[in-house]
Design a protein around this ligand. Structure first.
Ligand code: TXA
Ligand code: MG
Length: 318
């Protein structure tokens, strides 16, 4: 592992290098927003297409405002309530934001991560850090420094911050001002649920509607993200391997010898913390197929983020 201390992480970022940084959600592959070289290196290192915009990480509300041309009451209320934390807010950008960050969109995604190491780094750097998850495009996201190392080896320096508490990427929220109030659209479900957002809306007296929407402008919401190395198949609870294996083997055109029937923990927070580690561990343990089921107890709103990732990670759903 190429572990960096805060000082050398900062130096590298300012010189246009990328550095893997810890956050409470997943590790990010960071580049300084004012270094075009650093921004380009994020895309090349991840093999990420340029049409997929990046999240800018800031040390708090004041820094976020400096990068935007419109910061509404809704942005203020939600950032006050959930920052630092796993909520990404979309806002109108200003000219400080490089077009590479937003894929040419006129809005920017902003988030203040709830992680002491990330916050200390961000406080020491002007502007902010653009950081997608530190994995190759389409692959499983990293929830520990070991995962980052498994993906990039020594090509990427890592700022160690321990295992990620939340374990899946932040909730991404679009905010539009309308005649009657605000339209809040959850483009990507995560640790902050619509219920939690509603509660803040009510407490602050804002007029706003919260919906779950596939973003028209968030191409990161493509299928075939988060994919583990071996096929993941979502099966009905009644699925029986001995009886039903043909259904899967016919559709995938392959035979499997070591399937694992994976049951997630009952607690959604624990399940999200362990999600990516689990997905990575099965092939390392020699299994060649992952089978899992969406039971009723795994279907409350808190589970939306997890199932969103599993739907994209899956090879097949029966
Ligand atoms: O938890 C997280 O959000 C992690 C950590 C590192 O902070 N970051 C992360 O970044 O997941 P990334 O690049 O994998 O996800 C960024 C996603 C894009 O794929 C897109 O869906 C959305 O955020 N996004 C970014 N800019 C946007 C914009 N201007 N409008 C709408 N969606 C945007
Ligand atoms: Mg990602």
């Amino acid at each position: 592992l190429k572990l960096l201390d805060l000082h050398s992480a900062k130096e590298r970022l300012l010189l246009g290098d990328v550095v893997a940084i810890p956050t409470e959600t997943v590790y990010g592959l960071a580049g300084w927003i004012y270094s075009e070289e650093g921004l380009k290196k994020i895309f090349s290192t991840k093999e990420r297409p340029f049409f997929d915009p990046l999240i800018v990480h800031v040390d708090g509300i004041e820094s976020a405002k400096k990068l935007t041309s419109l910061w509404t009451e809704a942005h203020e209320a939600l950032a006050q309530a959930f920052w630092p934390g796993p909520l990404t807010l979309i806002a109108q950008k200003n000219s400080l934001i490089h077009p590479l960050i937003t894929s040419g969109l006129d809005s920017v995604a902003l988030r203040c991560p709830n992680h002491p190491v990330a916050l200390e780094l961000l406080k020491s750097i002007d502007g902010g850090l653009a950081a997608p998850s530190a994995n190759k495009f389409g692959k499983t996201s990293p929830s520990s420094s070991q995962h980052v190392f498994d993906e990039f080896a020594d090509a990427v320096g890592i700022l160690e911050g321990g295992p990620c508490e939340i374990g899946i990427e932040s909730t991404v929220l679009g905010i539009t001002q309308t005649d009657s109030g605000f339209q809040l659209e959850i483009y990507r479900p995560g640790g902050i649920t619509s219920k939690m957002i509603q509660e803040v809306i009510q407490a602050t007296g804002l007029k706003a509607e919260v919906t779950y929407t596939q973003s028209p402008v968030a191409p990161g919401q493509l299928k075939h993200h988060y994919m583990p190395k071996i096929p993941l198949v979502i099966v009905p609870q009644s699925f029986d391997w001995k009886r039903d294996r043909q259904l899967i083997e016919d559709q995938l055109g392959a035979t499997f010898s070591f399937p694992i029937r994976w049951t997630q923990p009952a607690d959604a927070h624990l399940a999200s913390r362990e999600l990516y580690e689990s997905l990575r561990s099965f092939d390392q343990k020699g299994f060649d197929l992952i089978l899992t089921s969406q039971t009723a107890e795994h279907s409350s709103e808190e589970w939306l983020g997890i199932w969103n990732r599993l739907e994209k990670a899956k090879t097949l759903r029966l």
